[in-house]
Design a protein around this ligand. Structure first.
Ligand SMILES: Nc1ncnc2c1ncn2[C@@H]1O[C@H](COP(=O)(O)OP(=O)(O)OP(=O)(O)O)[C@@H](O)[C@H]1O
Ligand SMILES: [Mg+2]
Length: 197
């Protein structure tokens, strides 16, 4: 790792009073690390690190958007925001840690009743997000975590859209190819709201 990055990470983890552990996930915006509290090593959390200048692209919007949205959401089926911090080149989001990780690696090995349970759980998570005028826009197995009781928990709100200040339309429509809702193909209303072309 280049020196500037090492120093920024060290300063951020110091400020958050955390020790950095292993990398537990990688995505488009950066990496996710397991971390533990310096006061009590048994208190674990996950730290999602956004590389704000990765691939010559500005990922700042995703970082700010995810923090903004997670602040609005408190629900057992949605990943909890514990803290966040910004530095010149990186954004850090501290989340509740789910040791079982995401559903991506279990694909093909799931039983139908389990799948139905996960669908119900994510339905509950979406009901809560939609009731707050927030649209996840990137529902896929890698963005669904599993908790100790084998219940699904929705994560990764980096691409989500938000209705604010009386707006009734989501103006930014982005998602992962292959996981778009059917309405994105037909240009119909998205969720209970209309999207702008
Ligand atoms: N709180 C958490 N506990 C455990 N593992 C996690 C947690 N948050 C994320 N992960 C792991 O890290 C991966 C990447 O996280 P996330 O989807 O938030 O990042 P991303 O960079 O936005 O990904 P994407 O490529 O979808 O944009 C997840 O698929 C999951 O495996
Ligand atoms: Mg993701």
């Amino acid at each position: 790792m280049e020196m500037e990055k090492v120093n920024e990470h060290a300063a951020a983890f110091n400020a958050l009073n955390l020790d950095r552990g292993l990398c537990v996930g990688k995505g488009a915006s950066g990496e996710v690390f397991l971390a533990s509290s310096r006061d009590d090593v048994s208190r674990k959390c996950a730290v999602k690190i956004f590389d704000l200048v990765k691939d010559n692209r500005c990922h700042e919007w995703g970082f700010i958007n995810e923090v903004d949205v997670l602040k609005e959401l408190r629900h057992p089926r949605i990943v909890s925001l514990l803290a966040y911090l910004g530095s010149p080149r990186h954004g850090y989001i501290v989340l509740k840690y789910y040791p079982k990780g995401s559903l991506e690696k279990s694909l093909g090995a799931l039983k139908p009743p389990q799948v139905l349970g996960y669908i119900r759980d994510i339905g509950e998570a979406l009901e809560h997000t939609h009731s707050r005028g927030i649209f996840h826009q990137d529902i896929k197995p890698a963005n669904v975590l599993v908790d100790e009781e084998d219940r699904a928990v929705l994560c990764d709100f980096g691409l989500s859209g938000q209705l604010k200040n009386g707006n009734t339309k989501v103006t930014r429509w982005v998602t992962t190819p292959g996981f778009q809702g059917p309405e994105t193909k037909t240009g119909q209303a998205m969720c209970p709201y209309k999207m702008v072309e």
